[in-house]
Design a protein around this ligand. Structure first.
Ligand SMILES: Cc1ncc(COP(=O)(O)O)c(C=O)c1O
Length: 364
């Protein structure tokens, strides 16, 4: 036997022996994790809050085809507020951009992922919202994850409505500012919290413009009055308002006449503005400049794909060119609201919650 062979025969069984306990350990760790996960899944099923996904086999729209169902299904639950996700001009813009600019940039924005398409959309969104500048993200979830950490430090305070969207809550968790949660749309509680945080360097009041679950419209006039009285800035998340609230569809701030009193707006391209994907912040130029330098979801995540950018750009162009599309939505929801008044007595404009008595009924 050669020395090499002898050595291998000695080493192999030894390695085999060594490997077996390691493999057993790994197996047992996975088995343990599997049991923990199965328990967790079972508790969700038992609570009746399991979320089953229906598989759509057509375009998004008011009537869709769903795997396992025959014929068209009426769809009341997408956020395709203006029907633009399958608008022929929007779809064509995506096809043209795919041919001209390719599928994607394979890069983050600051390395080599910014095209003229991205700059053009940012400029159009800033124009649409009548703000100084705009920065695009892969989603509004990312826009909310990026903003607070960059803007607010330990000497600052953030005052947030208790029912704000999950992405705002997560974004605020990432920042080191003092956190104060005020009761839902409660101006007197907000004032108490503003008084409590008087010593902070900067203060930011944070609210959804329209709350995604109940469709409540934030009392922005009162919020702006208080913010001005106590020297705070105002931020709104406009995912459920951009494109259709207000006479020109600019959002909740336009509806309530406070466009020049709300300082920062985050919104999505994934609902009324074509429905593909993407989010953004509009606001003062120094803030947008700083976000480009420091916002982690912007710096460390891929650029929005050109077809997605082109679809959103076309959607924004349609809204900038005429108010007709935004207004048609208002007319439809008012008609629908009138019909649904018995199930939804609240004054809502785009979201009509239908409350069932038990959680299990929602998933039935
Ligand atoms: C109020 C609100 N903010 C942020 C988001 C996140 O938007 P995006 O889908 O662009 O990540 C949503 C999405 O459901 C939302 O409803």
């Amino acid at each position: 036997m050669s020395l090499g062979k002898a050595a291998r025969s000695l080493v192999s069984p030894a390695r085999g022996l060594l490997r077996a306990p390691a493999a057993r350990r790994t197996y047992s760790a996975v088995a343990d994790a599997r049991a923990v996960l199965e328990n967790e899944l079972e508790s969700i099923r038992a609570a009746g809050t399991w979320k089953a996904e229906r598989i759509i086999t057509s375009k998004q729209g008011p009537r869709i085809n769903v795997d396992g169902s025959r014929g068209n299904i009426l769809n009341f639950c997408a956020n395709n507020y203006l029907g633009l996700s399958s608008h022929p001009d929007v779809v064509q813009a995506g096809i043209d951009a795919l041919k001209l600019y390719g599928a994607g940039l394979s890069s983050v924005r600051f390395i080599c992922g910014t095209q003229d398409l991205h700059k053009n959309l940012e400029q159009k969104l800033a124009e649409f919202h009548e703000r100084e500048d705009c920065i695009l993200y892969a989603s509004c979830f990312d826009a909310n994850a990026g903003l607070f950490e960059v803007l607010l430090g330990p000497d600052d305070a953030v005052l947030s409505d208790e029912l704000n969207h999950a992405s705002i809550i997560d974004g605020i968790r990432l920042c080191r500012a003092k956190r104060l949660r005020y009761k839902h749309m409660d101006l007197s509680d907000l004032e108490t919290k503003l008084k409590e945080s008087q010593s902070s360097r900067m203060r930011l009041v944070v609210t959804d413009g329209v709350f995604s679950m109940d469709g409540d419209v934030a009392p922005l006039q009162g919020i702006c009055d208080l913010a001005e009285q106590y020297g705070a800035m105002v931020f709104i998340d406009e995912c459920h308002a951009t494109g259709f609230l207000g006479p020109r569809g600019r959002g909740t701030d336009e509806l309530l006449g406070v466009m020049d009193r709300v300082h920062i707006v985050n919104s999505t391209l994934g609902k009324a503005l074509g429905g593909a994907a993407g989010g953004y912040t509009v606001g003062p130029k120094p803030l947008i400049d700083l976000l480009r330098q420091r916002a982690r979801p912007y710096l460390f995540s891929n650029s929005l794909p050109p077809p997605v950018v082109a679809c959103a750009t076309r959607a924004v162009e349609l809204l900038l060119a005429s108010n007709e599309i935004s207004q048609s939505m208002t007319a439809k929801t008012m008609r629908c609201h009138f019909r649904c008044i018995l199930v939804s007595p609240k004054e809502t404009l785009s979201i009509m919650p239908i409350h069932l008595t038990r959680a299990k009924l929602y998933t039935a």
